[in-house]
Design a protein around this ligand. Structure first.
Ligand SMILES: *Cc1c(COP(=O)(O)O)cnc(C)c1O
Length: 394
Protein backbone atom coordinates (compact mmCIF):
# COMPACT_ATOMS: atom_id res chain seq x y z
CA UNK A 1 0.00 0.00 0.00
CA UNK A 2 1.53 3.35 -0.96
CA UNK A 3 1.63 5.77 1.94
CA UNK A 4 1.30 9.43 1.07
CA UNK A 5 3.46 10.52 3.99
CA UNK A 6 6.36 8.40 2.69
CA UNK A 7 5.98 9.27 -1.00
CA UNK A 8 8.87 11.76 -0.89
CA UNK A 9 11.26 8.88 -0.14
CA UNK A 10 10.10 6.99 -3.22
CA UNK A 11 10.59 10.19 -5.22
CA UNK A 12 14.16 10.50 -3.96
CA UNK A 13 14.85 6.89 -4.94
CA UNK A 14 13.45 7.49 -8.41
CA UNK A 15 15.92 10.36 -8.79
CA UNK A 16 18.79 8.08 -7.84
CA UNK A 17 17.65 5.54 -10.43
CA UNK A 18 17.44 8.24 -13.06
CA UNK A 19 20.98 9.43 -12.28
CA UNK A 20 22.13 5.78 -12.41
CA UNK A 21 23.23 6.03 -8.78
CA UNK A 22 20.78 3.52 -7.41
CA UNK A 23 22.49 0.53 -5.85
CA UNK A 24 21.09 -2.82 -4.95
CA UNK A 25 22.69 -4.65 -2.03
CA UNK A 26 25.00 -7.39 -3.18
CA UNK A 27 24.26 -10.61 -1.32
CA UNK A 28 27.08 -12.88 -0.21
CA UNK A 29 26.18 -16.56 -0.42
CA UNK A 30 29.39 -18.06 0.95
CA UNK A 31 31.84 -17.26 3.70
CA UNK A 32 33.72 -13.95 3.34
CA UNK A 33 36.58 -15.31 1.20
CA UNK A 34 39.04 -13.90 -1.38
CA UNK A 35 37.01 -15.67 -4.06
CA UNK A 36 33.37 -15.75 -3.01
CA UNK A 37 29.87 -16.04 -4.46
CA UNK A 38 27.77 -12.87 -4.52
CA UNK A 39 24.33 -12.83 -6.20
CA UNK A 40 24.94 -16.27 -7.67
CA UNK A 41 28.26 -15.34 -9.24
CA UNK A 42 31.73 -16.46 -8.23
CA UNK A 43 33.98 -13.40 -8.14
CA UNK A 44 37.41 -12.28 -6.99
CA UNK A 45 36.49 -10.32 -3.91
CA UNK A 46 38.26 -6.95 -3.73
CA UNK A 47 35.64 -5.37 -1.50
CA UNK A 48 36.02 -6.82 1.96
CA UNK A 49 37.95 -5.43 4.91
CA UNK A 50 38.91 -8.97 5.89
CA UNK A 51 42.60 -8.05 5.52
CA UNK A 52 44.06 -11.14 7.16
CA UNK A 53 41.35 -13.67 6.37
CA UNK A 54 40.40 -13.91 10.04
CA UNK A 55 36.63 -14.09 9.39
CA UNK A 56 37.11 -17.80 8.74
CA UNK A 57 40.23 -18.56 10.78
CA UNK A 58 39.87 -22.03 12.40
CA UNK A 59 41.10 -20.90 15.81
CA UNK A 60 38.66 -18.00 15.92
CA UNK A 61 35.73 -20.19 14.88
CA UNK A 62 36.66 -22.73 17.54
CA UNK A 63 36.84 -20.05 20.26
CA UNK A 64 33.47 -18.66 19.21
CA UNK A 65 31.87 -22.10 19.43
CA UNK A 66 33.39 -22.76 22.83
CA UNK A 67 32.16 -19.39 24.09
CA UNK A 68 28.61 -20.15 22.98
CA UNK A 69 28.76 -23.50 24.79
CA UNK A 70 30.08 -21.93 27.96
CA UNK A 71 28.34 -18.52 28.01
CA UNK A 72 25.29 -18.74 25.72
CA UNK A 73 24.53 -16.48 22.79
CA UNK A 74 23.85 -13.10 24.37
CA UNK A 75 25.19 -10.90 27.16
CA UNK A 76 21.72 -9.90 28.30
CA UNK A 77 22.38 -6.30 29.35
CA UNK A 78 24.39 -3.16 28.80
CA UNK A 79 27.91 -3.08 30.21
CA UNK A 80 27.01 -0.74 33.06
CA UNK A 81 24.20 -2.92 34.42
CA UNK A 82 24.61 -6.70 34.15
CA UNK A 83 26.26 -7.09 30.74
CA UNK A 84 29.95 -7.06 31.67
CA UNK A 85 31.22 -10.63 31.44
CA UNK A 86 34.73 -11.61 32.49
CA UNK A 87 35.32 -12.30 28.77
CA UNK A 88 34.74 -8.61 28.01
CA UNK A 89 37.24 -7.61 30.69
CA UNK A 90 39.78 -10.15 29.43
CA UNK A 91 39.49 -8.76 25.90
CA UNK A 92 40.04 -5.20 27.10
CA UNK A 93 43.09 -6.21 29.13
CA UNK A 94 44.46 -8.04 26.10
CA UNK A 95 44.00 -4.99 23.88
CA UNK A 96 45.60 -2.61 26.40
CA UNK A 97 48.64 -4.86 26.71
CA UNK A 98 48.90 -5.33 22.95
CA UNK A 99 48.76 -1.58 22.34
CA UNK A 100 51.07 -0.67 25.24
CA UNK A 101 48.51 1.61 26.89
CA UNK A 102 47.08 1.84 30.40
CA UNK A 103 43.56 0.79 29.55
CA UNK A 104 41.08 -0.01 26.79
CA UNK A 105 37.31 -0.16 26.47
CA UNK A 106 35.39 -2.07 23.81
CA UNK A 107 32.31 -0.68 22.07
CA UNK A 108 29.78 -2.46 19.86
CA UNK A 109 31.46 -1.11 16.73
CA UNK A 110 34.16 1.25 15.56
CA UNK A 111 31.38 3.65 14.66
CA UNK A 112 30.00 3.78 18.19
CA UNK A 113 33.52 3.94 19.66
CA UNK A 114 34.25 7.11 17.69
CA UNK A 115 30.88 8.78 17.95
CA UNK A 116 30.41 7.86 21.61
CA UNK A 117 33.86 8.99 22.68
CA UNK A 118 34.04 12.33 20.87
CA UNK A 119 30.59 13.20 22.11
CA UNK A 120 31.45 12.21 25.68
CA UNK A 121 34.73 14.06 26.10
CA UNK A 122 33.81 17.40 24.49
CA UNK A 123 31.06 19.96 24.90
CA UNK A 124 29.66 23.18 23.55
CA UNK A 125 32.59 25.35 24.68
CA UNK A 126 35.24 23.18 23.01
CA UNK A 127 36.80 23.10 19.54
CA UNK A 128 37.52 20.12 17.29
CA UNK A 129 40.15 20.34 14.56
CA UNK A 130 39.43 17.62 12.01
CA UNK A 131 40.84 16.42 8.66
CA UNK A 132 38.30 16.91 5.86
CA UNK A 133 38.39 13.22 4.93
CA UNK A 134 37.78 11.87 8.43
CA UNK A 135 35.31 9.01 8.72
CA UNK A 136 31.57 9.62 9.08
CA UNK A 137 31.59 8.26 12.64
CA UNK A 138 34.05 10.98 13.69
CA UNK A 139 31.95 13.62 11.98
CA UNK A 140 28.81 12.40 13.74
CA UNK A 141 30.63 12.36 17.09
CA UNK A 142 31.79 15.93 16.49
CA UNK A 143 28.26 17.05 15.69
CA UNK A 144 26.77 15.25 18.69
CA UNK A 145 29.30 16.91 21.00
CA UNK A 146 28.03 20.36 19.89
CA UNK A 147 31.62 21.58 19.92
CA UNK A 148 32.81 24.05 17.29
CA UNK A 149 34.24 22.11 14.31
CA UNK A 150 37.21 23.42 12.32
CA UNK A 151 38.00 21.34 9.25
CA UNK A 152 41.41 21.47 7.58
CA UNK A 153 42.15 20.32 3.99
CA UNK A 154 43.27 16.71 3.76
CA UNK A 155 46.64 16.19 5.50
CA UNK A 156 47.43 19.93 5.22
CA UNK A 157 49.69 20.53 8.23
CA UNK A 158 50.15 24.24 7.51
CA UNK A 159 46.41 24.84 7.34
CA UNK A 160 45.99 22.85 10.53
CA UNK A 161 48.59 24.96 12.33
CA UNK A 162 46.96 28.15 11.08
CA UNK A 163 43.70 27.10 12.73
CA UNK A 164 45.56 26.33 15.95
CA UNK A 165 47.32 29.73 15.88
CA UNK A 166 43.98 31.48 15.50
CA UNK A 167 42.64 29.54 18.46
CA UNK A 168 45.68 30.27 20.62
CA UNK A 169 44.18 33.47 22.07
CA UNK A 170 41.01 31.64 23.12
CA UNK A 171 41.04 29.63 26.30
CA UNK A 172 39.29 26.55 24.91
CA UNK A 173 39.80 22.82 25.08
CA UNK A 174 40.95 21.46 21.71
CA UNK A 175 40.77 18.02 20.11
CA UNK A 176 42.92 17.28 17.06
CA UNK A 177 41.50 14.23 15.32
CA UNK A 178 42.44 12.20 12.25
CA UNK A 179 41.94 8.83 10.62
CA UNK A 180 45.15 6.75 10.74
CA UNK A 181 44.52 5.25 7.30
CA UNK A 182 41.89 7.05 5.23
CA UNK A 183 39.22 4.58 4.20
CA UNK A 184 38.50 5.88 0.69
CA UNK A 185 42.03 7.04 -0.33
CA UNK A 186 44.16 4.42 1.39
CA UNK A 187 46.75 6.99 2.43
CA UNK A 188 48.31 7.35 5.88
CA UNK A 189 47.87 10.35 8.19
CA UNK A 190 50.94 12.56 8.77
CA UNK A 191 50.83 11.57 12.41
CA UNK A 192 54.31 12.71 13.52
CA UNK A 193 53.60 16.28 12.36
CA UNK A 194 50.10 16.26 13.86
CA UNK A 195 51.42 14.99 17.19
CA UNK A 196 53.94 17.84 17.25
CA UNK A 197 51.19 20.35 16.61
CA UNK A 198 49.03 18.81 19.32
CA UNK A 199 51.91 19.06 21.78
CA UNK A 200 52.82 22.61 20.74
CA UNK A 201 49.26 23.92 21.03
CA UNK A 202 48.04 21.79 23.92
CA UNK A 203 45.45 19.69 22.06
CA UNK A 204 44.06 16.29 22.92
CA UNK A 205 45.39 14.06 20.10
CA UNK A 206 43.06 11.33 18.85
CA UNK A 207 43.55 8.86 16.01
CA UNK A 208 41.04 6.50 14.40
CA UNK A 209 42.98 3.41 13.38
CA UNK A 210 40.10 1.38 11.93
CA UNK A 211 41.96 0.50 8.72
CA UNK A 212 45.36 0.40 10.44
CA UNK A 213 44.40 -2.14 13.11
CA UNK A 214 46.00 -5.44 12.14
CA UNK A 215 47.56 -3.78 9.08
CA UNK A 216 50.18 -1.18 10.14
CA UNK A 217 52.80 -1.32 12.88
CA UNK A 218 54.44 -4.33 14.49
CA UNK A 219 51.95 -7.25 14.50
CA UNK A 220 49.30 -4.77 13.35
CA UNK A 221 49.53 -2.49 16.39
CA UNK A 222 48.50 0.48 14.28
CA UNK A 223 49.70 3.90 13.21
CA UNK A 224 51.13 4.96 16.56
CA UNK A 225 53.43 1.96 16.51
CA UNK A 226 54.16 2.41 12.79
CA UNK A 227 55.54 5.90 13.51
CA UNK A 228 56.93 4.96 16.94
CA UNK A 229 54.85 7.56 18.74
CA UNK A 230 54.01 5.52 21.82
CA UNK A 231 52.82 7.68 24.72
CA UNK A 232 52.24 10.75 22.53
CA UNK A 233 48.73 10.07 21.22
CA UNK A 234 46.09 10.53 23.92
CA UNK A 235 43.29 8.47 22.43
CA UNK A 236 43.55 5.64 19.92
CA UNK A 237 40.51 4.07 18.27
CA UNK A 238 40.66 0.63 16.74
CA UNK A 239 38.13 -1.62 15.10
CA UNK A 240 37.48 -5.31 15.63
CA UNK A 241 35.36 -5.45 12.48
CA UNK A 242 37.99 -5.29 9.77
CA UNK A 243 41.34 -7.11 10.06
CA UNK A 244 40.28 -8.62 13.40
CA UNK A 245 37.49 -10.34 11.52
CA UNK A 246 34.54 -10.07 13.90
CA UNK A 247 32.75 -6.95 15.16
CA UNK A 248 33.43 -4.08 17.52
CA UNK A 249 35.54 -1.04 18.21
CA UNK A 250 37.81 0.00 21.04
CA UNK A 251 39.33 3.04 22.67
CA UNK A 252 42.83 3.03 24.17
CA UNK A 253 43.84 5.75 26.59
CA UNK A 254 44.67 6.43 30.23
CA UNK A 255 42.85 4.44 32.91
CA UNK A 256 40.92 7.54 34.00
CA UNK A 257 39.82 8.38 30.45
CA UNK A 258 38.50 4.85 30.05
CA UNK A 259 36.67 5.01 33.38
CA UNK A 260 35.21 8.37 32.38
CA UNK A 261 33.86 6.71 29.22
CA UNK A 262 32.22 4.02 31.38
CA UNK A 263 30.21 6.87 32.90
CA UNK A 264 29.54 9.09 29.91
CA UNK A 265 29.83 7.28 26.54
CA UNK A 266 26.25 6.82 25.47
CA UNK A 267 26.61 3.64 23.33
CA UNK A 268 28.43 2.01 26.26
CA UNK A 269 25.69 3.05 28.68
CA UNK A 270 22.62 2.51 26.54
CA UNK A 271 23.31 -0.35 24.12
CA UNK A 272 23.85 -4.02 24.96
CA UNK A 273 27.37 -5.42 25.03
CA UNK A 274 28.84 -7.95 22.64
CA UNK A 275 27.64 -11.53 22.59
CA UNK A 276 30.26 -13.72 24.32
CA UNK A 277 31.20 -15.42 21.04
CA UNK A 278 32.26 -12.06 19.59
CA UNK A 279 34.39 -11.19 22.62
CA UNK A 280 36.03 -14.63 22.55
CA UNK A 281 36.68 -14.38 18.82
CA UNK A 282 38.36 -10.99 19.17
CA UNK A 283 40.47 -12.20 22.07
CA UNK A 284 41.74 -15.08 19.92
CA UNK A 285 42.38 -12.72 17.00
CA UNK A 286 44.91 -10.73 19.04
CA UNK A 287 46.71 -13.99 19.78
CA UNK A 288 46.76 -14.77 16.05
CA UNK A 289 48.27 -11.35 15.32
CA UNK A 290 51.16 -12.25 17.60
CA UNK A 291 51.45 -15.92 16.54
CA UNK A 292 51.12 -15.52 12.77
CA UNK A 293 52.99 -12.38 11.67
CA UNK A 294 53.34 -13.97 8.22
CA UNK A 295 49.70 -13.00 7.55
CA UNK A 296 50.59 -9.31 7.68
CA UNK A 297 53.71 -9.90 5.58
CA UNK A 298 51.59 -11.63 2.94
CA UNK A 299 49.06 -8.79 3.04
CA UNK A 300 51.79 -6.27 2.23
CA UNK A 301 53.40 -8.46 -0.44
CA UNK A 302 50.00 -8.77 -2.14
CA UNK A 303 49.46 -5.03 -1.76
CA UNK A 304 52.72 -4.19 -3.50
CA UNK A 305 52.06 -6.65 -6.32
CA UNK A 306 48.52 -5.45 -7.01
CA UNK A 307 49.28 -1.73 -6.72
CA UNK A 308 52.20 -1.99 -9.14
CA UNK A 309 49.97 -3.91 -11.55
CA UNK A 310 47.30 -1.20 -11.46
CA UNK A 311 49.85 1.57 -11.97
CA UNK A 312 51.47 -0.25 -14.89
CA UNK A 313 48.06 -0.46 -16.55
CA UNK A 314 47.75 3.32 -16.24
CA UNK A 315 44.96 3.53 -13.66
CA UNK A 316 44.76 6.56 -11.37
CA UNK A 317 45.27 5.11 -7.90
CA UNK A 318 45.43 8.48 -6.15
CA UNK A 319 47.46 8.78 -2.97
CA UNK A 320 47.15 5.21 -1.75
CA UNK A 321 49.94 3.68 0.36
CA UNK A 322 48.08 0.77 2.00
CA UNK A 323 46.08 -2.32 0.91
CA UNK A 324 43.20 0.05 0.07
CA UNK A 325 43.74 1.15 -3.53
CA UNK A 326 41.11 3.31 -5.21
CA UNK A 327 40.84 3.46 -8.98
CA UNK A 328 39.59 6.99 -9.52
CA UNK A 329 37.47 7.63 -12.62
CA UNK A 330 35.76 10.95 -11.70
CA UNK A 331 32.16 10.57 -12.81
CA UNK A 332 29.91 8.65 -10.42
CA UNK A 333 27.79 7.00 -13.11
CA UNK A 334 31.00 5.80 -14.84
CA UNK A 335 32.33 4.41 -11.54
CA UNK A 336 29.15 2.42 -11.00
CA UNK A 337 29.19 1.17 -14.60
CA UNK A 338 32.85 0.17 -14.19
CA UNK A 339 31.96 -1.74 -11.04
CA UNK A 340 28.97 -3.45 -12.73
CA UNK A 341 30.99 -4.60 -15.74
CA UNK A 342 33.83 -5.82 -13.53
CA UNK A 343 31.35 -7.86 -11.56
CA UNK A 344 29.95 -9.45 -14.71
CA UNK A 345 33.51 -10.36 -15.71
CA UNK A 346 34.32 -11.81 -12.28
CA UNK A 347 35.74 -9.06 -10.05
CA UNK A 348 33.89 -7.44 -7.18
CA UNK A 349 35.18 -3.89 -6.58
CA UNK A 350 32.57 -1.55 -5.17
CA UNK A 351 31.75 1.69 -6.99
CA UNK A 352 31.80 4.69 -4.64
CA UNK A 353 30.44 8.16 -5.31
CA UNK A 354 29.08 11.20 -3.51
CA UNK A 355 28.49 11.58 -0.56
CA UNK A 356 31.04 8.93 0.47
CA UNK A 357 33.70 10.70 -1.62
CA UNK A 358 33.59 14.29 -3.00
CA UNK A 359 31.77 14.99 -6.29
CA UNK A 360 34.05 14.43 -9.30
CA UNK A 361 36.20 11.96 -7.36
CA UNK A 362 34.08 8.85 -7.89
CA UNK A 363 35.97 5.58 -7.98
CA UNK A 364 35.97 1.91 -7.51
CA UNK A 365 37.78 0.83 -4.38
CA UNK A 366 39.93 -2.29 -4.26
CA UNK A 367 41.18 -3.98 -1.11
CA UNK A 368 43.55 -6.92 -1.29
CA UNK A 369 43.89 -9.38 1.56
CA UNK A 370 46.56 -11.76 2.78
CA UNK A 371 44.49 -14.66 1.49
CA UNK A 372 44.34 -13.67 -2.19
CA UNK A 373 46.67 -15.83 -4.27
CA UNK A 374 49.00 -14.37 -6.87
CA UNK A 375 46.78 -16.09 -9.42
CA UNK A 376 43.64 -14.33 -8.07
CA UNK A 377 45.36 -10.96 -8.30
CA UNK A 378 46.79 -11.58 -11.78
CA UNK A 379 43.36 -12.56 -13.06
CA UNK A 380 41.81 -9.51 -11.40
CA UNK A 381 44.34 -7.25 -13.14
CA UNK A 382 43.55 -8.84 -16.51
CA UNK A 383 39.85 -8.23 -16.01
CA UNK A 384 40.43 -4.65 -14.82
CA UNK A 385 42.49 -3.99 -17.93
CA UNK A 386 39.84 -5.41 -20.28
CA UNK A 387 36.93 -3.55 -18.71
CA UNK A 388 38.97 -0.37 -18.19
CA UNK A 389 39.87 -0.30 -21.90
CA UNK A 390 36.31 -1.06 -22.90
CA UNK A 391 35.10 1.98 -20.92
CA UNK A 392 38.06 4.11 -22.07
CA UNK A 393 39.28 4.59 -18.51
CA UNK A 394 42.76 3.55 -19.63
C1 LIG B 1 35.12 1.22 9.14
C2 LIG B 1 35.51 2.44 9.89
C3 LIG B 1 34.93 2.75 11.11
C4 LIG B 1 33.79 1.97 11.66
O1 LIG B 1 34.19 0.73 12.15
P1 LIG B 1 33.09 -0.41 12.39
O2 LIG B 1 33.75 -1.28 13.39
O3 LIG B 1 32.82 -1.05 11.07
O4 LIG B 1 31.88 0.28 12.93
C5 LIG B 1 35.39 3.86 11.79
N1 LIG B 1 36.38 4.63 11.29
C6 LIG B 1 36.96 4.36 10.12
C7 LIG B 1 38.06 5.24 9.61
C8 LIG B 1 36.53 3.26 9.38
O5 LIG B 1 37.10 3.01 8.20
Amino acid sequence: MPKAQLQYLSDELAKLREAKLYQRLRVLETEQLPVARFDGREVINLSSNNYLGLTTHPKLKQKALEAIEKWGVGSGAVRTIAGTMSLHMALEEKIAKFKHVEAAVVFQSGFTANAGTVQAILGREDVIISDELNHASIIDGCRLSRAEIKVFPHKDIEACEKILQELACRNVRKLLITDGVFSMEGDIAPLPALVELAEKYGCIMMIDDAHASGVLGRNGRGTVDHFNLHGRVDIQVGTLSKAIGALGGYICSTRDTIEFLYHRARPFLFSTSHPPAVAATCLAAFEVLEEEPQLIEQLWANTRFFKEGLKKLGFNTGMSETPITPVIVGDAALAHEFSRQLFTEGVFAQGIGFPTVPKGKARIRTIVTATHTQQDLTRALEILERVGKNLRIV
